[in-house]
Design a protein around this ligand. Structure first.
Ligand code: SGN
Ligand code: CA
Length: 530
């Protein structure tokens, strides 16, 4: 009888005892939010583009869910960050572009978690001015950060740390989780600098990625006919605007020898700045890979046509960009193993995303900013075995605006009424069947680097309406079903009159719903332009 009673109590209470040990009951799961900077979904193999292999990130899709139409509300680093923290559009949280000041005194989801018993940490790239609020611990890069032997500010103290940035960011994340107070749930924002420009891979990945040839997108040689002024005047073409030295790794001395001029003059200094951070041995390893590539380029440069140059530059770009993704993917693998070894894998939500998408040669471009698909969309994968059935794929129009409400919802906390996003937890556990049918987008950083004009717009499942304003007043409409690459603006076509009118109505509704207006657009225009 006694044995029976003991067994009975063990059966009832064991799960609780175990959960308490592994850090939190199901009601308060742990959260690891992984955000990499500029990681286009095309560079995650689970999205099926065939460019590279990311087996560890893919595991999140296999063991959890993948969103194929997740988008951001403003395709730029710091603004996207601010949206993540606040759950509010840029014109409400104030961080409209990389220059604007972010007011840390406003509410953010990390502050709410912290107040409700979560331990919180922020590790890696942050790219925001001011002292972060809402985190018990922070170890952040300065501004854009460095790839090799980078400087970190660890709880307010600056330190240079030997190693490769993505590995160090992973190390620090795992260390913090290992040392946490196990009686409380935790939330860590694990933010990789990679694959942000200027795409410097870990030395161990150089050989593999520089010896590959990547498939070109079919619109690599886009001439921008069929679209308005904005696409034609943007400065993000791989042939014309990418830097030869910092981006393509051509030593400045070789550029002088070949008579190559830089589009942005400062970038020549960046080349030595980046590589100058390496030890002599590291630099020798680097040179052993890149010197032969440059010697070959030097021999053929004067005979190359513009097409050949574009192709060469695209390959150089992909080799380095995808090379940096490799260490990010390995980091995710280490994290998943660590969670498993420590009995945390069942009760920890792991989210993988980027601050926006990125052009990997589509339209001949690199960078982001536009509301066109490759930069509007962002990868989103999420694993949480306790609640998310493995192997789900969702086309729902979720956005980074929804991250703060979703995380608070999973944490069992109430979502502040003024957050503009919506929790997508219900989409993943099958309780929610209705979702928004359109997403709203704004972009402000103009005139500025890459010269992408100010615009706002709306995307539904099938169509996209964009308004470029400020020094132009142009509308574009795309039929994403017939023209998924967005090569032909159909705004003025009679066949699309009805769609155009419907989309205008939807855009007006979205602007009213999300509290945006022409007055807001003007408010963010520098005074001299009024
Ligand atoms: C830097 C980059 C740009 C990039 C912005 C914003 N140039 O200015 O190419 O668009 O950052 O990127 S660089 O030569 O300095 O690398 S963001 O992801 O931080 O918003
Ligand atoms: Ca970014």
């Amino acid at each position: 009888m006694r044995l029976y009673i003991i067994t009975f109590f063990l059966c009832i209470f064991m799960p609780w005892i175990l959960m308490a040990q592994t850090g939190k009951t199901k009601k308060h799961p742990n959260i690891v939010y992984i955000m990499s900077d500029d990681h286009g979904y095309q560079a995650i193999s689970a999205y099926g583009y065939g460019l590279n292999e990311t087996p560890n990130i893919d595991r999140l899709a296999k063991e959890g869910a993948i969103f194929t139409r997740a988008t951001v509300t403003n395709s730029l680093c710091a603004p996207s960050w601010a949206v993540l923290l606040t759950g509010k559009h840029s014109y409400i949280n104030g961080k409209i572009d990389n220059e604007a000041t972010f007011d840390w005194n406003q509410n953010n989801f990390a502050k709410i978690l912290q107040k409700n018993g979560y331990q919180t940490a922020l590790i890696g790239k942050i790219h925001m001015d001011g002292l972060p609020q809402g985190f018990d611990h922070s170890a952040v890069l300065i501004d854009q950060g460095e790839y090799y032997n980078p400087n970190f500010i660890i709880d307010g103290v600056k330190r240079q740390i030997a190693g490769y940035v993505s590995d160090l960011t992973t190390d620090m994340t795992l260390d913090w989780i290992a040392k946490r107070d196990t009686s409380k749930p935790f939330c860590v924002l694990y933010h990789q600098k990679a694959p942000h420009r200027e795409w410097l891979p870990a030395l161990r990945h150089l050989q593999k990625y520089t010896s590959k040839t990547y498939k070109e997108p079919s619109n690599l040689f886009d001439t921008y006919e069929g679209r308005g002024t904005a696409a034609k005047t943007a400065e993000m073409n791989i042939l014309k605007h990418m830097n030869w030295s910092g981006d393509n790794k051509i030593p400045p001395a070789l550029m002088d020898e070949l008579g190559i001029k830089e589009y942005l003059t400062w970038d020549k200094a960046a080349f030595n700045g980046n590589l100058g951070r390496m030890t002599t041995a590291e630099r020798a390893a680097w040179d052993s890979i890149y010197n032969p590539i440059m010697a070959d380029f030097s021999r053929k440069y004067h005979d190359m046509s513009k097409e050949e140059l574009m192709r060469w530059r695209y390959q150089r770009y992909m080799q380095d960009y995808l090379g940096t993704v490799a260490a990010v993917d390995e980091g995710v693998g280490r994290l998943l193993e660590f969670l498993k070894e420590n009995g945390l894998d069942e009760n920890t939500i792991v989210i993988y995303t980027s601050d926006q998408g990125f052009y990997l040669g589509e339209h001949g471009w690199f960078d982001k900013r536009f509301m066109y698909e490759e930069s509007l969309r962002t990868p989103l994968l999420i694993r949480y075995p306790a609640e998310i059935k493995a192997g789900q794929a969702s086309k729902a129009l979720v956005q980074n605006l929804d991250f703060a409400p979703t995380i608070l919802d999973y944490a069992g906390l109430s979502i502040p009424k003024d957050m503009q996003g919506k929790s997508f937890r219900g989409l993943l556990n099958g309780k929610e069947h209705r979702w928004r049918d359109a997403v709203y987008y704004t972009y402000y950083e103009y005139p500025s680097i890459h010269m992408v004009k100010r615009h706002y717009g709306i995307r539904t499942e099938r169509y996209k309406l964009i308004h470029f304003y400020y020094d132009k007043d142009e509308w574009e409409l795309y039929d994403l079903e017939k023209d998924p690459q967005e090569m032909q603006n159909v705004y003025d076509l009679e066949a699309y009159r009805k769609v155009r009118e419907q989309m205008h109505r939807k855009l007006d509704e979205a602007r009213a719903h999300y509290k945006d207006s022409d007055e807001n657009d003007k408010r963010f225009i520098p005074k001299a332009k009024h």
